[in-house]
Each structure stands twice: as C-alpha cells, then as structure tokens.
Design a protein around this ligand. Structure first.
Ligand SMILES: [Cu+2]
Length: 191
C-alpha cells in the first residue's frame, strides 16, 4: 500500500472513532441520572493518571527515535549542497560560485558509502529552496531549508544502495516543479 493510502486509511479510522464517540456522548447526555460527586472525582483522577501514564510511555518509546544528531559524533562524509534556480549542486568540495554550482549540478552524482554518517551542508545561491532527500523508491526521508547566507547541516545514515533523488520542497519560481538533484549510495567497502 502506498503511504498516501495508509494515511487516508488512518484518517478514516480515526475520524470514524471520533464520530462514534461524539454520537455516543450525544445519545447519552439525554438521560439525566443523579451524579455521585465522589464517583465522578474518582473517575476523573483515574482518567488523569491513565493519560499521564500513556503519554509518559509514548514519550519514552518515541524519544530515542528522534533524529537529533549527537554532538560528539563526527560525520564520515561531508557533502556540500548549493541550491539555485532550478537545480541542486552536490559536491564533495565546497560550492562557492555559479561556475562551481554548474559543474556540481551537471557532473556525475556524488557517491556516498552506505551506513556511513553523512553530513549535508546545505545553502542557496539565490532564493529559499527546500532540500528534500527521497529514497530510491520515492519516500521522503529527510529535509532541510536551503537559505542564502546560511548553512544548514543535515545528518543522515543511509542503509540501502541506490540513486537518491533530491527534490525542492519550497515554491521557488516557475520551474520549481522540475528542480532536482541526485546522489548515489554505494555498497560499503569492507575495511
Ligand atoms: Cu527551489
């Protein structure tokens, strides 16, 4: 199933659950039973404790998976990225001017060994762009802004060899839709 259909399915299930909850509440608010304040306050605190426990568990389970870089880690590879209307230049050496950008955007794709920590240093030579890294299968993996005058660092560890397309995620002009880049992840040499 493609991700868009999964998202649609999740949306429909959650909407159905929310709608039936509201319908149930609407139906049941009609019966005016006398309330027992003690039972209500007990139920309320039980609900609050359950919520706190569930949220705490969700936090503990998901926090380690957030892609925050560890400050002490040193990247194995650095790839310089310069965005410019309407292509991405990727290079192993810094891209400081239009000629270098042209060479980087038209030359052969940068090659990165699989499973290595790569740091993309992303900037723009004209307007704001969005540096979106896609898997060979077309799934968005990570993104950062490409802004003139700033360098944004994006660290990734890519496991599967293949050609990774880069698409612009910020409407940057007439040819925005065709703005591309690419890099290649190659099987790691044994060392
Ligand atoms: Cu762009």
């Amino acid at each position: 199933m493609i991700p868009q259909y999964k998202a649609l399915l999740a949306f429909l299930i959650i909407t159905a659950a929310a709608t039936s909850t509201f319908l149930w509440v609407t139906r049941n608010t009609g019966n005016k039973k006398p309330l027992n304040p003690e039972a209500v306050s007990k139920l309320r605190s039980r609900f609050a404790i359950t919520c706190v426990l569930l949220l705490g568990a969700a936090l503990a389970l998901t926090l380690p998976h957030l892609p925050y870089p560890r400050g002490s880690e040193i990247p194995d590879n650095v790839v310089f990225v310069a965005a410019k209307q309407f292509a991405f230049g990727l290079s192993e050496t810094p891209i400081a001017n239009d000629a270098q950008w042209e060479a980087a955007s038209q030359g052969p794709a940068v090659r990165i060994p699989a499973n290595r920590l790569v740091e993309f240093r992303v900037t723009s030579l004209d307007v704001n762009h969005g540096f979106g890294v896609y898997s060979p299968g077309g799934t968005l993996l990570a993104q950062t802004q490409a802004m003139p005058g700033y360098v944004n660092r994006l660290r990734l560890r890519l496991r599967d060899p293949g050609r990774y397309p880069v698409l612009c995620l910020e409407l940057c002009g007439m040819e925005h839709h065709s703005m591309r880049g690419v890099f290649e992840v190659i099987p790691q040499d044994k060392d």
